[in-house]
Design a protein around this ligand. Structure first.
Ligand code: ADP
Length: 433
């Protein structure tokens, strides 16, 4: 059976799709308090951060509403008399979107918005830990005028994730999968959708290095690390997982950082002073504790934290700084996804770059230096889709977000973000003379 909702949405005037997206954006902003509350209660990030996520997610909707008016084609310079060649861009078709729990609103908004803007229809599945925010978002989209059948969401338990999406993977009408989550699941989706050769966007795990050179502004580096590492309690795919500090500034940087980290306020999301909330679930906190215990057993020094906080609840972990980290520790090769900073020591630039790139992943990377020539060298050599240079806050709807290597492919946001939802059709018209 051919898709039912897709043809009408594909053939709508871009302006009609744009109007719906702008109305959806306005409704998100209007309902920011309720969405913020839902995000924090469901996922655990402090209210102030939940608010930031609502505005961040909404910014993608506004961005792609505007981009939808700029889906240009090309008239190809004439090659032969009597023949006109052109290229137009068309929506790929039905898109399946599968999202994680760490940004329950932003992750799904930044997939649905470009899909709808391009003229695609969507079937989606949010993570089992955070379905409610996604459902609220879809409700607002319908209120904004997204037609019936154009945007469809199902929720499923973890055990039912495989059967929930199995039909989409096998169905030739689903032309694209957009997924944010772990690398093993991304590979599984790529394998399972190969039977119908779907287009894929995969935003997968990272193992981000954060390098502090001797010539860095140390206060700025500490501030950048705090901003990038402790956002959402360290549960983001771009947060630094390995911090490399050059020997000349190692002890001073470690002291400055540990003092600031020890002062972070851990509390429930409902506490207005909270800076770090609970971790998402038991599986997550067990992994964090396992990484810290393993590091300590291999010689890491706990400068602050290093323990669970049962007095607050079963999923709270103290923000932690570990000195003397080494590459035989689990946290050097696996994403900890929690509030733990391991500090590795290095002596020269080549060693830092080698260590930073010594991972199958390549999503975000960061470095701090005030030497302009070094900045150019290091930025070019880091194997990552995103490089923060003297900056810890990278996210923006105007920037291309995505990875290289086993962190996946495809880009979200920016002028490139629509490409993943469009295919190019070449038109060759003859007999014109
Ligand atoms: P995390 O470890 O952060 O939970 P996952 O990659 O396991 O990351 O999950 C991200 C999303 O992928 C969630 O919506 C989850 O339900 C879904 N998911 C997990 N395993 C599968 C699977 N085998 N098939 C389809 N979706 C899956």
């Amino acid at each position: 059976m051919p898709p039912r909702a897709f043809p009408a949405w594909r053939d709508a005037l871009p302006k009609d799709r744009v109007d719906v997206l702008h109305r959806w954006h306005a409704l998100m902003v209007e309902n920011a308090d309720a969405l913020d509350r839902l995000i924090s209660l469901e996922q655990g990030k402090p209210f102030a951060e939940g608010r930031g996520e609502v505005m961040y997610g909404a910014s993608y909707v506004a961005w792609f509403a505007d981009e939808a008016t700029r889906i240009y084609g090309d008239l190809i310079p004439q090659q032969q008399r009597g023949k006109r060649m052109s290229a137009i861009r068309e929506p790929v078709g039905i898109v399946a979107a599968i999202t994680p729990w760490n940004f329950p609103l932003a992750m799904i908004a930044r997939k649905i918005a470009p899909a709808l803007a391009a003229g695609c229809t969507v079937v989606g599945k949010p993570a089992e830990d955070t379905p409610l925010t996604a459902l609220a978002l879809v409700m607002l989209a319908h209120e904004a005028g997204v037609p019936t059948g154009v945007l469809n969401l199902i929720s499923a338990s973890r055990e039912n994730a495989v059967p929930a999406v199995a039909d989409w993977l096998a169905d030739s009408r689903v032309r694209k999968i957009t997924f944010t989550g772990s690398t093993p699941v991304g590979k599984y989706l790529a394998r399972e959708s190969a039977g119908t050769l779907k287009k894929l966007s995969l935003e997968l795990g990272g193992n981000a290095p954060f390098i502090v050179f001797d010539d860095a502004d140390l206060d700025a580096a500490v501030a950048g690390l705090l901003a990038s590492k402790f956002r959402n309690g360290g549960q983001t795919c771009v947060c630094p997982n390995r911090v490399y500090v050059q020997s000349g500034v190692y002890e001073r940087f470690a002291d400055l950082l540990a003092t600031r980290v020890a002062a972070l306020k851990v509390a429930p999301a409902t506490d207005p002073a909270a800076q770090i909330g609970p971790m998402i679930n038991a599986r997550a906190i067990d992994k964090i504790a396992r990484h810290v215990d393993d590091a300590v057993s291999r010689g890491a020094r706990v400068l602050t934290g290093g323990k669970r906080l049962p007095e607050l609840g079963p999923t709270y972990y103290a923000p932690t700084v570990l000195a003397d980290a080494t590459h035989d520790m689990q946290l050097s090769c696996e994403e900890t996804f929690g509030p733990v900073v391991p500090l590795f020591r290095f002596d020269d630039e080549a060693e830092a770059i080698r260590a930073a790139n010594d991972t199958p992943f390549g999503l975000a990377s960061y470095f701090y230096s005030q030497d302009v020539r070094r900045i150019d060298r290091v930025a070019r050599q880091l194997e990552a889709g995103i490089v923060g240079i003297n900056e810890g806050a990278l996210a923006s709807e105007a920037a291309p977000f995505g990875g290289v290597k086993e962190s996946g492919y495809g880009r979200e946001g920016s002028k490139y973000g629509l490409d993943d939802y469009l295919s190019i059709k070449y038109l060759c018209q003859g007999g014109l003379e």
